[in-house]
Design a protein around this ligand. Structure first.
Ligand SMILES: NC(=O)c1ccc[n+]([C@@H]2O[C@H](COP(=O)([O-])OP(=O)(O)OC[C@H]3O[C@@H](n4cnc5c(N)ncnc54)[C@H](OP(=O)(O)O)[C@@H]3O)[C@@H](O)[C@H]2O)c1
Length: 246
């Protein structure tokens, strides 16, 4: 498949590398220009290019940039045919993204993201930590394989998101349409807690839309009291503790 990955940070670069390793034609773009990611892209087996060029004649687009910058991709995606799936990875953290009134009022992140991009999105990899994505992927069928939720209103887009999730080394757990995505937003038990398929199913059932933002903000408040860099395993441990994932 011809895949555009917009965003070359922790998540985007790992995805680009996994797609390229499976023989896909991957164009990778950031905001500062292809020359700033030429070496990175080459090391991943991808092509560094502009976002505009990346989406030309593409079969799927993955957007993986900070939530509060998504609107900048709207003109880029306007040139992409409506039947090309766009899969987004973003999450809302007000401490990082600034307060967004609609999200604070309870609008689903997936719907808000679609409004910013000017088209509906599918969701994948938003509920997995960058370290897990980079280091814990294993081939399908491996016992203990971690599962990642995928969602989307278009069944074809959801199926493609699931196929790509499998390529990255994780079981895809289809949670259906975007109206269900409150279960995979920050502060819920299914969000970035590294669970196998069965455990993820149980965690999804324990989602709580009313409490999740409080838990999300508590995690960030704890990190703000810590000195130095927070590690992936510390984030995972806190996510699990605060949502009571065993
Ligand atoms: N990190 C995690 O553990 C994690 C887990 C799940 C989901 N997510 C979500 O995934 C997204 C990416 O996270 P990340 O940790 O990979 O972020 P990151 O490391 O900060 O990287 C962000 C990337 O987005 C690029 N970018 C920004 N604006 C752009 C634009 N208009 N066009 C093209 N590229 C643009 C940046 O390029 P420049 O540097 O050139 O600006 C950079 O390559 C975020 O929405 C985040 O919430 C992150």
């Amino acid at each position: 498949m011809k895949i555009a990955v917009l965003g070359a940070g922790s998540i985007g670069s790992t995805l680009a590398g996994a797609f390229a390793a499976h023989g896909h034609d991957v164009a990778l773009a950031n905001s500062r220009g292809p020359e700033t990611i030429a070496d990175l892209a080459a090391s991943l087996g991808a092509r560094a290019t502009t976002a505009e060029e990346a989406v030309r004649s593409v079969e799927v687009v993955v957007t993986s940039i900070p939530l509060n910058r998504l609107q900048s991709l709207r003109p880029v995606l306007a040139a992409v045919p409506a039947d090309v799936p766009v899969v987004d990875t973003a999450n809302y953290y007000p401490q990082r993204d600034g307060r967004i009134a609609a999200l604070d009022a309870g609008q689903l992140e997936a719907h808000w993201i679609g409004e910013q991009l000017g088209r509906p999105v599918a969701r994948a990899w938003n509920a997995v930590l960058a370290g897990t994505l980079a280091e814990r992927g294993v081939p399908a069928g491996t016992p203990g394989r971690i599962a990642i939720p995928v969602a989307g209103d278009d069944p074809d887009a959801r199926r493609i998101a699931a196929t790509l999730t499998d390529i990255t080394g994780f079981d895809a757990y289809d949670i259906g349409g975007l109206d269900n995505t409150w279960r995979i937003q920050p502060g819920n038990p299914a969000y970035c807690t590294d669970l196998t398929r069965d455990a993820l199913e149980a965690a999804l059932a324990r989602g709580d839309a009313a409490i999740a933002p409080t838990r999300r903000d508590l995690v960030m408040a704890v990190f703000a009291t810590w000195d130095g860099n927070v590690t992936g395993s510390e984030i995972l441990a806190l996510n699990r503790a605060i949502t009571r994932v065993a």
